[in-house]
Design a protein around this ligand. Structure first.
Ligand SMILES: C[S@@+](CC[C@H](N)C(=O)[O-])C[C@H]1O[C@@H](n2cnc3c(N)ncnc32)[C@H](O)[C@@H]1O
Length: 269
């Protein structure tokens, strides 16, 4: 799993400059719900783990939270600092937090969980740094049938290319798309009152190429798989994904369903 962590870190260092354009309009759609789930309010001490460009931290700060964002990618931390110079961001690993026990009222992670080598370690660390009664929430993508942008591209790769490109083994990308697995996971970490719900995000894009380009440049695992295809396979993959996504045309644009799963829970009081 050490190899997987290194692969993800290198991938995020490369993706940092493209990520906001590729995924920002999408991942920021869940933030208000995540902040509700951790009960953000004025004065709440919130840790935004895997902050990326800092979207969640920024909205929390607007709502009066005392927020700190961490990310293991120096390039992402620089991106967050550039966007939100008044906020506080540092480099840090979700699986080994550099904060004392009970330092926060809330810990949130928007679309970070599915990039971790050891999600259990991240949940244990969130638990440790939360005060009793504090709230924890994270989001991930729903299954590929419901996160259709991913589904269309992954199916096209299966049909016209290969997903066996020698990536370092990592946890299953869609593990937490299963609500039962989310509940079991947070309870095993010691949290109580788990709540899991689906958020119906929509990716509004000018064309299917925008989806392919986002997945090619703004992420890590799928980007590596796409980079490893032959040029001929890539042409077929683009064509097949475009055909699937064409059924989501709304006038001049595509409105691609990209459902997310929001899981939240409390540390016992
Ligand atoms: C999909 S992006 C999500 C960014 C942002 N939270 C959002 O909602 O758009 C995943 C982020 O997780 C960060 N990340 C991945 N593994 C991490 C780890 N072990 N510790 C801290 N950050 C990590 C990446 O650098 C990247 O910025």
């Amino acid at each position: 799993m050490q190899e997987f962590r290194g692969f993800e870190l290198e991938g995020w260092q490369r993706a940092a400059e493209h990520y906001a354009n590729a995924f920002g309009s999408l991942t920021s759609q869940t933030i208000a719900s995540v902040l509700d789930a951790v009960r953000v309010d004025a004065g709440v001490r919130l840790l935004d783990v895997a902050t990326g460009p800092g979207y969640l931290a920024a909205l929390a700060a607007e709502q009066g939270a005392l927020v700190h964002g961490i990310d293991f990618s120096p390039a992402m931390v620089a991106e967050a600092e550039r966007r939100y110079p008044a906020l506080s961001f540092t480099e840090g690993d979700a699986e080994s937090l550099s904060f004392p026990d009970r330092a926060f009222d809330a810990v949130a992670m928007n679309f970070g969980m599915l990039h971790l080598a050891h999600p259990e370690a991240a949940a244990a660390e969130a638990y440790r740094v939360l005060r009793p009664g504090g709230r924890y929430a994270f989001t991930v993508w729903a299954a590929p049938e419901e996160a259709v942008g991913f589904g269309a591209v992954l199916r096209a790769i299966e049909a016209h290319g290969t997903s066996d490109v020698g990536l370092p083994p990592g946890p299953p990308f869609f593990r937490f798309s299963d609500p039962e697995e989310c509940r079991r996971f947070v309870q095993e970490a010691g949290f109580v009152q788990p709540e899991v719900r689906q958020l119906p995000l929509v990716w509004r894009v000018a064309s299917a190429d925008v989806v392919l380009d986002a997945l090619s440049r703004g992420g890590v695992r799928t980007a590596a798989v796409l980079r490893a295809q032959t040029p001929e396979a890539l042409v077929r993959i683009r064509k097949a994904a475009a055909m699937t996504l064409a059924s989501y045309a709304r006038g001049e644009t595509l409105a691609v369903p990209m459902a997310a799963v929001l899981a939240s829970a409390a540390k016992p009081s």
